[in-house]
Design a protein around this ligand. Structure first.
Ligand code: SAM
Length: 246
């Protein structure tokens, strides 16, 4: 019995929990096969112990335990599958250079009391810098859960996790109403699709900063250049004039 319990507790559980971790990144089918192989190895070990003359009841117990574990692992994998990307990102991941991040936040005059939303936050650098260097609080939204995991890890490492929130969401669906600053590094098509939502949902006076791409006929308050690339800033107006829909 002691030998069987050891095989279950120490040898098989660790690889299974690793497999749950890996499920976040690998195809579901592959992970399922790995899990079943892992459970089969438990049974093989038990068979060996049984053939050596230990109790039949232990074998049945282990089979039941294996069944419960299989159920638990499948359940975890299903949950993780639901956590996977909501859909493909509209814009691929490409981090803004750190000097651009700082200039975007400076241009928006970010200060203590601001709530900075980075829509498509990547590894969280805009939110983390806004908190650490400018005294704000921040919310990062990304459709890719891998990016959100990375952002949370980076915010922990930077010691700012208590003032940061990261959410796996589609930026076009996200609740952004309490932002005082919104930062963007998307594509022009995404900026234009987002524009009506910004004008509809953000409070007047909220600053919107975009690296690289403009907003068509919504003229920016200011445009600067960094290393030959533009950064634009707009302020949500008091009276929201109807704008062209895209
Ligand atoms: C060019 S990267 C910018 C990353 C970060 N803002 C920066 O400046 O370093 C664009 C990010 O937007 C995310 N993204 C694309 N489409 C999205 C959507 N519909 N909802 C939320 N995030 C999205 C991508 O996963 C990617 O991390």
């Amino acid at each position: 019995m002691g030998k069987v319990a050891y095989a279950l507790d120490l040898s098989e559980l660790a690889p299974m929990s690793e497999s749950v971790q890996r499920a976040k990144r690998q195809p579901l089918f592959l992970e399922l096969v790995r899990t079943i192989v892992s459970l089969h190895r438990v049974e093989e070990r038990v068979e060996v112990t049984y053939k050596k003359g230990s109790q039949r009841r232990n074998l049945n117990r282990i089979r039941i335990a294996s069944g419960i574990l299989l159920f638990a692992v499948l359940n975890s994998i299903l949950c993780l599958a639901q956590e996977k990307k909501l859909r493909e990102p509209d814009v691929p991941y490409e981090p803004s250079p750190q000097n651009v991040v700082e200039l975007m936040l400076k241009l928006a005059n970010v200060h203590k009391g601001d709530v900075v939303y980075d829509l498509g936050c990547g590894d969280g650098r805009l939110v983390i810098t806004a908190i650490k260097q400018f005294g704000a609080t921040g919310v990062g939204i990304d459709i890719d859960p891998i990016r959100i995991e990375e952002s949370v890890r980076n915010a922990h490492m930077a010691g700012v996790i208590d003032r940061a929130t990261f959410r796996t969401e589609d930026l076009f669906e996200a609740d952004i109403h309490n932002a005082t600053v919104v930062t963007l590094f998307l594509w022009r098509s995404a900026n234009l699709k987002l524009r009506p939502k910004l004008l509809r949902e953000l409070k007047p006076g909220t600053r919107v900063v975009s690296y690289y791409w403009d907003m068509d006929d919504w003229a920016p308050d200011k445009r600067i250049e960094v290393d030959g690339n533009p950064i634009f800033i707009w302020t949500i107006p008091e009276i929201k004039a109807p704008k062209k829909e895209y």
